[in-house]
Design a protein around this ligand. Sequence first.
Ligand SMILES: [Zn+2]
Length: 343
Amino acid sequence: MLVARTGYTTFAALIGLTCASAAAFEPPAKDENPDANIRKLMDGVSIERMSKHLFHLSKDPLPCRKLNFTLPGHEKNTLYEADDFLAGKLSSWGYRVEREGVKVQAFRCDPRKPKQHQYSPPKPEDPWYTAHNLYAEKRGRSRPEEIILALAHKDSQSWVDSPGANDNAIGTVGVLEIASVLSRHAPERTIRFLFCNEEHAPWTSVTAAQNARKRGDRIVAVFNLDGIGAKSAEETAAGKKTNVTAFTAPEGEWLAELMATVNARYGIGLQQRTVKRPGPGDDDGSFVRAGYTAAIINIGSWPYADPNYHAEGDIPERCDVENAALTVRATLAAMLTITQTGR
Ligand SMILES: [Zn+2]
């Protein structure tokens, strides 16, 4: 808690937020031209590459990503195949990938509930599987102990035959894209990537967050990408490019403000909105619960308005990849703003 608070004021000062508490802190030594560097890296975000990865993970060759579905004639289940795909990409860009196993079960399906909420708890006799958290990181040059975390849940819904394109192949390829762009960049603070699982029980981000806490990791900012660019059919048809940044604890608010700041500063063009979560939720919530309160989720709509949420129709053709790429650019800019101010 104390660490997070210190982080708040320090970072507020570092990134030039105009709040009274920040004024007391000395400005950091300036990078030669941090803005130009950030713009250059943002330009590296590729809609084409994101789209290619999205279709790979939610249509062909992988129609979904779950432990309880294996393609005919294949040895590994579709989630393991997705893991191999992600690890292969990350390795090819020079990252060392670590896997952390967590015992999970598939959710059961309760058809009496509304379509979006048909997941129900597994029974003890249901099969157990090992799901994996995948980690990769870029170690910081000058402040490696301070960690900026970008994460996304990579699995699709274990209780329904959905490709889970907006939920959450799109966020997965978003984090993958950030890793790709940063593969040849040397940040001041450590940038860590986590690909976790939230559509099986329990969520593996809980283990990730608790183990980080046990190790004493100093995670100064958590960015969860989930359903980025996903919104109502009306908003999509109207060509709206939206992002909602939701924070939970007061220590997360500066991150939400930073998303708005970079969106304006770099002319990214998102309709950017900030909301406060009523309590910890999703994978960012796992980190909040573990004491990492500087945590946000970037999501296309709030409340989540994708008409195909948790349904068979959540297909990649319906993803607004252009919108998602803008969100990735903004997230990347926010992460770089934090890391580049290191000395
Ligand atoms: Zn979901």
